[in-house]
Ligand binder design. Structure first.
Ligand SMILES: [Zn+2]
Length: 73
C-alpha cells in the first residue's frame, strides 16, 4: 500500500494544494488566495439587492429632438 498524499484544489486559483502541514493555508495555496476568497465571500454576503441603477432610465428623453434642433427648422 503506497502512501498517497491527499491534495485539494485551491478554491481561488484551482491550483493543487497538498493537505499537509507544509500548506498552512490549505485548502488555499497561499495566504493571498485565502484572503481573496474571504473578500469575495464577504462581498456576496453584505451586498444589498435592488441597488443597481438602470442605465436605460433617461434614454427616451435624451433621444428625443432638443429645442435647439427644432429652432433650426
Ligand atoms: Zn490559490
Amino acid at each position: 500500500m503506497s502512501m498517497k498524499t491527499l491534495s485539494v484544489q485551491c478554491p481561488s486559483c484551482k491550483k493543487n494544494v497538498l493537505m499537509t502541514k507544509d500548506s498552512p493555508f490549505r485548502p488555499f495555496c497561499s495566504e493571498r488566495c485565502k484572503a481573496l476568497d474571504f473578500a469575495d465571500w464577504a462581498e456576496e454576503t453584505h451586498r444589498i439587492p435592488g441597488q443597481s441603477i438602470s442605465p436605460n432610465e433617461n434614454w427616451d428623453e435624451r433621444e428625443s429632438p432638443t429645442e435647439q434642433q427644432k429652432k433650426n427648422w
